[in-house]
Design a protein around this ligand. Structure first.
Ligand code: 26Y
Length: 892
């Protein structure tokens, strides 16, 4: 069978082939001749697997022959979701498989749900990696993903007694048809041990074994690869130990290896300081680098040419131990001198930053690094020394002149303070003198003034003496050092992984325009001074295949019909052609009908999962994303509480004017994130109260959909009419669901943050509901604010209601409420109270517009038409041209 044959060319024998193949698979592989939906899914999946392997082999063969430069996307997370629908459609085999399944009385949609969702990631960063793989393959770019084959992915979230509970994700239990085990591709990875001079003797070693996950491009023969590593012991069973009755010791190696690839750390943004996490990072980075070097050496002998054939993109700091590991491999294994190795390393590595939250910027204690990876710690020290030496001799004598400037600034600051103080004193002295009525009092006032003068001079002198001791050049150098003192725990030294990444990379990028500016001004300003050209922006994107074409086939069909082509699936700029249709009333009606159908599907899902019955008439208002204080689900919750309270207080006449809403939430809280768990509980409690209040009826419903993941998103996003992206300005690096919602015609209510800004530019800001303070005002506001009395009374009213126990668990919610309402117990770091009034105003605007369904639909169309820019094809094309220097390599 060949891939990419349009369905229309399928002939009878091809149909039979697939059905026959499925029958064989059912009989022999699955041993389940009487197939239920689950087994049918398995048989289709294994059949598609065969097609994928064909395409994979041809592509990899072709790339091997042509030997183009490859990009390797190193990522601790790949949030792939389900594969079947995506693979079948990408390969253009939907017609054939629909026919084949028909013979078993099934449909592709029918078996779709039987697949488990592959959740080897936390959230945005992991899903971005998955979208990027799809685009790389679609653009025929030679490139692989590299990561870890976690045995347990992201935990399953359930709600028990109103609280989040975490259950393990046994995603491999039914086998995985989407991977190919490669027992012949194995590398050793070492840990711990000691240094004998430069020579590292690890005292723990494991085997990394490859699993390949074929990644089919859309509308191309190209099928790329995601290579995931499993960890195996060198010796599974120590028979000697076993025979001696030491059963624990007999399997000790296996247990240690098992731990490495066991679980994905379910935290985004906190709790990275675990040694096992560093072990995981090193494990997959080492295996991936060994693997690529081995492949390079099959064709080339001089490693100096590696940067012409390989670029490693580091997805956040998680794989940045690659800087030291590539150095180690080049020096210790391949015998290169330090300088040559450094030249190769810094031409091969690039780094993407995904967050400015300080708690998510990894810093490993030197002691941990030293213990787990002594040779790497030694290399990091050498790298740092060489780096700081180079900073010292930068053109224009950078450190010295910056030091002198710093010193002069300090001096000016001191003198200005002294002058101001002097003036104060002079005023006070004059006042005292004037007030003095007796000669004694006058003399006393004069003496006091003189003494104050002398004391001030002494203070200034002491400051100057202190200052003379400061070595400003070394202060400047400290700001560049990869190894720094822990500011919260003096004496402890830390390796700043983001700095290591910047020093070791030839390109550093942020993920949306505003974010890329913030990393330049706030996170790496000193590095920008030296190498401004290193710093770039690559605004994120999402694959239109999964996030429009396949999750919303109804809207896709309408778009294709309007544009007269389905070429937009591969060239998203064509979506702009929809703009004129916004003015066409008949088209608008059909657009609304599609939205309605998707709302009905979601309503059905809500009923199945939560038991809540929601009408499809109200506005579907959605906030789905990881639960985090900076994302401000709590602010949304408080606005809903206020809305609810007002509805209850209204007369029947007033209630008629309310614009009904179904408010839908989804998202996981990291298991140890105290406040986030309370936010989940509050959302669940609001739902329970509001949905059972007969006074409110369909005017307001609230739903918390448990276990938000890729598959849930595929049902939720197409049904949304309004979606919320309301992070405190300057905190959300980009956001990517905002793009998915926009492409599916959902309005955005949001702050001037992350990619919201660029979505505004593309859609027209008049079509978004923007509110809240700007990023540049945040610091000032945080400093200025004194208490909560001055804020919107609606904020206090709703919070007081929670405090009074209107939603139960008053004690449990106490800390949450205090975190945004009490200067002594929390300080509302993310400025919810501050933004609340303008948020409520924006919500009023939403309600107003929703009442004009023609205008609402017109603008909804403009969202889809305007946001083709956010296709990950565009993003990847920019990476390929502006960072990777990788060209398409397509089979004829
Ligand atoms: C260090 C460890 C605890 C850690 C683990 C996961 C730190 C961070 C993360 C995940 C970060 C993440 O998902 N960041 C998101 O990346 C998206 C893709 O660029 C952005 O759209 C989103 O704004 C950002 O929060």
């Amino acid at each position: 069978l060949e891939i990419n044959k349009p369905a229309s060319t399928a002939n009878g024998s091809r149909k039979l082939d697939l059905a026959d193949e499925m029958t064989q698979l059912l009989k022999y592989r699955l041993a389940a001749p009487n197939a239920d939906t689950d087994k049918l899914y398995q048989s289709v999946a294994w059949s598609v697997h065969n097609r994928l392997v064909d395409a994979f082999d041809k592509t990899q063969e072709h790339w091997k022959k042509e030997d183009p430069k490859h990009v390797y996307y190193l990522s601790a997370e790949f949030l792939m979701g389900r594969t079947l629908t995506n693979a079948v459609h990408n390969m253009g085999l939907q017609g054939e498989y629909a026919q084949a399944l028909k013979q078993f009385g099934e449909t592709l949609e029918g078996v779709h749900g039987a697949e488990t969702d592959a959740a080897l990631g936390n959230g945005g960063l992991g899903r971005l990696a998955a979208c990027f793989l799809d685009s790389m393959a679609t653009l025929d770019l030679p490139g692989w993903g590299y990561g870890i084959r976690y045995r347990y992915g992201m935990f399953k979230q359930a709600i028990k007694d109103g609280l989040q509970v975490e259950l393990p994700d046994y995603w491999l239990d039914n086998g995985n048809p989407w991977e190919i085990r490669r027992p012949e591709t194995r590398f050793k990875v070492g840990f711990y041990g000691k240094l004998d001079g430069d020579k590292w003797v690890p005292d723990e070693e494991v085997i990394a074994e490859a699993y390949d996950v074929p990644i089919p491009g859309y509308g191309t023969k190209t099928c790329s690869n995601l290579r995931l590593w499993d960890a195996l012991p060198l010796v599974e069973l120590d028979l000697d130990a076993f025979n001696a009755g030491q059963y624990e010791k007999a399997v000790e190696q296996k247990r240690k290896a098992d731990d490495i690839a066991a679980v994905l750390y379910p935290n985004d943004a906190t709790e990275y300081g675990k040694e096992l996490r560093l072990k995981q990072q090193f494990f997959f980075v080492s295996a991936s680098l060994q693997d690529t070097i081995a492949r390079y050496l099959e064709k080339h002998s001089d490693l100096a040419g590696l940067p012409d054939k390989a670029c490693f993109q580091m997805n956040d700091t998680h794989p940045t131990i690659a800087v030291a590991e590539l150095m180690r491999l080049l020096i210790d294994v391949h015998g290169l001198p330090f300088d040559k190795a450094w030249a190769i390393t810094t031409k091969s590595l690039a780094y993407t930053n995904h967050t400015v939250m300080p708690e998510a910027l990894e810093k490993w204690p030197v002691a941990v690094m030293q213990k787990l990876l002594p040779r790497h710690m030694q290399l990091i020290e050498q790298i740092n020394d060489a780096w700081l030496a180079s900073v010292k001799v930068q053109p224009r004598d950078h450190a010295a002149s910056k030091g002198a400037k710093l010193q002069a600034a300090k001096k000016a600051e001191r003198e200005a303070a002294a002058a101001a103080a002097k003036e104060e004193r002079a005023k006070a002295a004059a006042a005292a003198l004037e007030a003095a009525t007796t000669p004694e009092a006058k003399a006393a006032a004069e003496a006091a003034a003189k003494q104050a003068e002398e004391e001030a001079a002494a203070v200034l002198k002491a400051l100057e003496e202190e200052d003379a001791k400061v070595d400003y050049v070394s202060e400047v150098l400290k700001s560049y050092s990869v190894i720094q003192e822990n500011q919260w725990n003096k004496g402890e030294m830390l390796v700043n992984m983001a700095y290591l990444a910047v020093v070791g990379s030839f390109a550093v990028n942020g993920v949306a325009a505003i974010h890329s500016e913030i990393i330049k001004t706030d996170i790496f300003p000193q590095f920008v001074e030296l190498t401004p050209e290193k710093f770039q922006n690559k605004t994120n994107g999402v694959t239109l295949r999964r996030w429009l074409a396949y999750c919303n086939p109804e809207l896709s069909a309408l778009i294709t019909e309007a544009l007269g082509t389905d070429a937009w699936v591969k060239d998203a700029t064509l979506l702009a052609g929809l703009k004129p249709f916004a003015e066409d009333a008949a088209f608008r009606k059909r657009w609304r009908d599609v939205k309605f159908a998707k709302k009905a599907a979601l309503a059905k899902h809500i009923k199945e999962v939560t038991g809540y019955e929601v009408s499809t008439q109200p506005m579907f208002d959605v906030q789905v994303k990881r639960i985090h204080e900076y994302k401000r689900q709590f602010m949304n919750a408080i606005s809903i509480i206020y809305r609810y309270k007002k509805i209850k207080e209204m007369s029947p006449e007033e209630r008629k004017k309310v614009v009904p809403r179904v408010c839908i939430f989804g998202g996981k809280a990291a298991s140890a994130y105290y406040m986030a768990k309370k936010i989940v509980a509050l959302l669940v409690a609001i739902a329970a109260k509001v949905n059972n209040d007969p006074e409110v009826g369909d005017l307001l419903k609230v739903v918390f959909l448990p276990n938000y993941n890729v598959s849930e998103a595929e049902v939720i996003i197409p049904a949304a009419e309004l979606s919320q992206h309301i992070s405190t300005a300057g905190t959300e690096a980009s956001g990517t669901s905002n793009m998915k919602f926009a492409l599916n015609g959902s309005f955005i209510i949001g702050t001037m943050d992350g990619a919201n800004i660029e979505i505004g530019e593309n859609t027209g800001f008049e079509n978004l509901f923007i509110f809240g303070v700007k990023a540049e005002e945040i610091n000032r506001l945080r400093e200025e604010r004194k208490d909560f009395k001055d804020y919107d009374p609606r904020w206090t009213e709703a919070l007081e209601w929670v405090k009074a126990g209107a939603f139960g668990r008053a004690d449990y919610f106490d800390d949450l409420v205090a975190s945004v309402n009490d200067m002594t117990r929390g300080n509302d770091w993310f400025l919810l109270a501050n933004d609340f009034a303008s948020y409520m105003d924006a919500q009023d605007e939403v309600d107003k517009l929703y009442q004009d369904q023609e205008e609402w639909t017109r603008r909804s169309i403009l969202y889809t038409a305007g946001n083709g820019f956010f296709s990950s094809d565009r993003t990847i094309d920019q990476y390929a041209k502006e960072i990777w220097n990788v060209q398409a390599c397509r089979q004829a």
